[in-house]
Design a protein around this ligand. Structure first.
Ligand code: PEP
Ligand code: MG
Length: 872
């Protein structure tokens, strides 16, 4: 416990922790240190390879990669010691740390020994900054050692002088401060949306919420600071909450950051992960490659979209007060515009757009951006220029980020930058002009902001090629949602191409991620034919999406939709879904500090039923455990959560939670359109127990009708005993995601196994076959609600094995129905059964299926996004 005796002199001397050359912090070749972003201090260029503690204190933080630690002195001052620069990338290589968090150290105790040669060769520099991170309460008084001089180990280096009394309540973690170490579960890292949610949590609880990672700290009021942490999935960070409601704020923040996100704005998003390793081939004489941000094929004249920059004066002509007022007013106006745009987008069902605009609004509210701009105005800048300068800095930080996802957010910030400037300098904005865009063009740009995209989309381009951007950018999400073929990250060469070939007809094959310029007439003709065929087919598919889907040999296959909330149910209905095959109710429970009550749940379930017209809706009871956690359930740590108490096992142990959910489900009308589905069932007794409970509750509620009750087949035990389950269940639904994971003993979260954890493994297909046969013995219908139901090859294998229903993303409904109508189920069934007798692996099976489907089922190059254009 640190000594907080404030009667002692508030000065702590620091002694040189090793023999070194003294370097002023401003000369450190890293702006974060040089600009004192983390705080004041001093740096040392080591002349020996051991570093000792500069004072007495406690180790309060050690970076996972061991290259940095924070020492809290006995008077509560926090001192960061950062061994070398950019040493984080070494992942601890060449660094030997001799202390651990919580250790008490005395001045002169060994903290590190390190391989100086390795660090010198592999890191940016050996220069080691010592920085006071609690700089609001402490300042540094340099010692006598002159910059550039050699200081001996143990010689006085500098002194830490208290500028204010340290609040022991906060520093000592009293009632109003709590903290928790967590591992970030968000697949896309800490990006704009979760950052905005964190900020909302801090506001709701009127708390200070800080995230600490590595040696950096960010306040949740500042989106830029949060995203500046560049947190990625798997990163460990500490959440610190201070304030009267610190505990509940912390609880919500932990839940938010440790709960994997629901599928992002559109179904294609998950597949386009933040992959920094993708290599984009640069192309040859007539081609230019990129990454598929939105698939599809397009032909059209190549047009450059130049982003006109609004010309503004750097210096203000009015008083600082007037300029500040103008900035604040412009922020208010833009905020109002965003609020009404968001509302309109939500009402019109354009949820992807609404989410993006909400992220913009969160940026706009960032106090750091506002305060820095006001400071720039104070020092003589015009309001528009101040805003541009401040945002420019943030944009370049994001661009430099290793994370493609974060780098892609730069466009959002650019958008906000220009929109606000346009408000501050309307005449200049008009002068910058709008680009006249011919409909049907293939538009090339270095980058494009989401609102420019929306403006551009009104001009009906045929495709979009971006030199920058990424597959996870908001522009990419919008392009997918609109069905606009789009390639991103094409590099500057695409700008050269447009400079040389502007106006010429080109082919954008976003499916194959290539732009073909100077195509032959024959190539153009073929591409146009293909587009026409695809369009006609997609139109035809959408027109009959509401009709039932029967195979060529007359088997009726229901095509339902998977949804996470009631809003999506309406989209699914419009897309032609025959019902909801799976509503993952756990998403209602996540990112909340407590479970939604009965009424709140009922309302949502009822809205899902209402959104689906006369179609059935299957709602799965809370599926928690393994990768999906609820903080308020505080599950004890278990060695292997995926094999632990999860799904229905967990719910039967939390009877009150189950009862509330069952009662909420029993309150919806009409009950005969509702199916209740139990996740992770391993034996019939589990379903029987829930049915009995349902009966008791239904009687208490004086109900006459009863909903259907079904079981998910997600574990091999359930598949092997499907005939028994079918005796007690009203329906079965195969969760191929978990069934594949448990059958193959391959963690579905493990990216290294992603290529092998294939539902087309013969073992999984055999279990599916057993399930179908077991269910048939008792005339129990079987569906599939795992991702395999929408997989380009697997859906057909599932139909061939005899499933009655496929439940897919709403955007896939029309295309899957169309595929079913072109499939001869019996013929594929015969072929598949022959293949399953051979010793084939999933790769070969996939190839055989692809070939068979290519020969027997006409396939379309129409993209999912294209097919969904009207549905979204
Ligand atoms: C499954 O396991 O296939 C499934 C649909 O459930 P979830 O993906 O939600 O675990
Ligand atoms: Mg599952």
């Amino acid at each position: 416990m640190p000594d907080t005796d404030h009667s002692r002199p508030a000065v702590t001397p620091l002694y040189a922790p090793l023999k070194a050359v003294v370097v002023p912090l401003e000369q450190v070749p890293d702006p974060v240190f040089a600009q004192q972003t983390m705080g004041p201090g001093m740096a040392l260029e080591p002349l020996e390879a051991q570093l000792f503690s500069p004072c007495d204190g406690d180790i309060v933080h050690l970076a996972r990669t061991q290259h940095a630690l924070t020492l809290r002195t006995d008077r509560g001052c926090e001192l960061l010691i950062h061994l070398g620069l950019d040493t984080v990338d070494l992942e601890g290589e060449g660094i030997n740390v001799h202390v651990a968090p919580g250790d008490r150290v005395s001045q002169g105790d060994l903290l590190w020994d390190f391989d100086a040669d390795l660090l010198a060769c592999r890191a940016l520099s050996l220069i080691t900054p010592l920085v006071v991170t609690s700089s609001d309460q402490w300042r540094c008084e340099p010692g006598n050692a002159a910059p550039g001089s050699v200081i001996a180990r143990g010689a006085p280096l500098m002194a830490l002088v208290a500028t204010s009394m340290v609040s022991s309540t906060v520093k000592e973690g009293g009632n109003n401060e709590c903290r928790e170490l967590v591992t970030l579960a968000l697949a896309a890292g800490l990006h704009a949306r979760p950052a905005a949610r964190l900020r909302a949590i801090a506001r709701r609880h009127d708390c200070t919420l800080l995230l600490e990672h590595d040696v950096q700290q960010a306040d949740a009021t500042s989106l830029t600071a949060l995203m500046g942490l560049s947190l990625r999935q798997g990163d460990t960070l500490e959440i610190i909450a201070c304030g009267n409601h610190a505990a509940s704020a912390l609880e919500e923040a932990v839940a938010l950051l440790t709960t994997p996100e629901a599928t992002e704005l559109d179904p294609g998003h998950a597949a386009l992960a933040d992959d920094t390793s993708t290599v984009v081939p640069s192309g040859d004489d007539t081609t230019c490659h990129g990454l598929t941000a939105s698939p599809g094929l397009a032909v059209g004249p190549l047009v450059r979209l130049a982003r006109a920059r609004i010309e503004i004066s750097p210096d203000r002509e009015e008083s600082a007060e007037d300029a500040k007022r103008a900035l604040t007013a412009a922020i208010g106006t833009l905020d109002d515009t965003l609020i009404s745009d968001i509302e309109r987008a939500r009402t019109e069902g354009r949820s992807a757009e609404a989410d993006i605009l909400e992220a913009h609004q969160a940026w706009l509210d960032d106090p750091a951006l506002r305060e820095e701009s006001l400071a720039h105005i104070q020092s003589g800048r015009s309001a528009a220029f101040a805003w541009r300068e401040v945002l420019e800095g943030r944009i370049s930080e994001l661009r430099r980020s290793e994370s493609r996802l974060l780098a892609a957010r730069a466009d959002d910030l650019r958008d906000l930058q220009e929109r606000l400037i346009a408000l501050l300098a309307p005449e200049a904005a008009v002068a910058a002009g709008q680009i006249e865009m011919t409909p049907g063009a293939i538009v090339v740009s270095d980058e494009i902001t989401p609102s420019q995209f929306l403006a551009l989309d009104r001009a009906a381009p045929a495709g979009l090629c971006l030199a920058g951007g990424g597959t996870t950018s908001h522009v990419a999400l919008l392009a997918r949602a609109r069905g606009l073929p789009c390639l991103a990250a094409m590099g500057p060469q695409v700008l050269e191409v447009v400079a040389r070939h502007a106006g010429e007809s080109v082919i954008l094959d976003a499916q194959k991620a290539v732009l073909v310029f100077q195509p032959t007439l024959d190539e153009l003709e073929k591409a146009r034919e293909q587009i026409e065929q695809d369009r006609a087919r997609a139109r035809a598919e959408r027109q009959v999406a509401h009709e039932p889907a029967r195979t060529l040999d007359a088997a009726l296959i229901e095509v339902c939709a998977n949804v996470t909330g009631h809003e999506e149910a309406r989209v699914a209905h419009e897309a032609g879904a025959d019902g909801i095959g799976l509503m993952r109710s756990e998403f209602l429970f996540m990112a909340q500090s407590r479970a939604p009550d009965e009424q709140a749940q009922r309302d949502i379930y009822q809205q899902a039923l209402d959104g689906m017209g006369a179609h059935p809706v299957i709602i799965r009871t809370l599926d928690i455990g393994a990768d999906k956690q609820l903080d308020y359930l505080s599950l004890p740590p278990v060695p292997n959560p995926a094999l632990g108490t999860r799904g229905i096992r967990l719910m039967t142990r939390h009877q009150p939670l189950l009862d509330v959910q069952l009662r909420a489900l029993l309150s919806v009308r009409p009950l005969d359109r509702l199916g209740i589905m139990l996740p992770m069932v391993t034996e019939a007794a589990e379903l029987v127990a829930v049915r009995e409970r349902l009966e008791v509750l239904a009687q208490e509620m004086n109900l006459e009708g009863r909903p259907a009750l079904g079981a998910m087949i997600e574990v091999p035990a359930a598949a092997l005993c499907a005939d028994q389950l079918a005796q007690v269940a009203d329906f079965l639904s195969i969760g191929t995601n978990d069934l594949t994971q448990y059958t193959l003993a391959m963690d579905r979260e493990d990216p290294d196994l992603a290529g092998r954890a294939d539902v087309l493994h013969p073992a999984v297909l055999r279990l599916i076959d057993m399930t179908v046969k077991g269910a048939a013995m008792h005339r129990c219908p079987v569906g599939v609600c795992g991702a395999a139901a929408g997989d380009p090859q697997a859906w057909a294998a599932l139909v061939a094995l005899g499933v009655d229903e496929l439940s897919v993303e709403p955007a896939r409904v029309a295309a899957v129905k169309a595929g079913i109508r072109r499939l001869d189920r019996a013929a594929l069934s015969r072929a598949l059964r022959d293949w399953l007798d051979e010793p084939l692996d999933s790769i070969t099976l996939r190839q055989r299926l692809e070939q068979w489907l290519g020969e027997h089922v006409l396939t379309s190059t129409t993209t999912d996004a294209g097919a969904s254009r009207d549905a979204i």
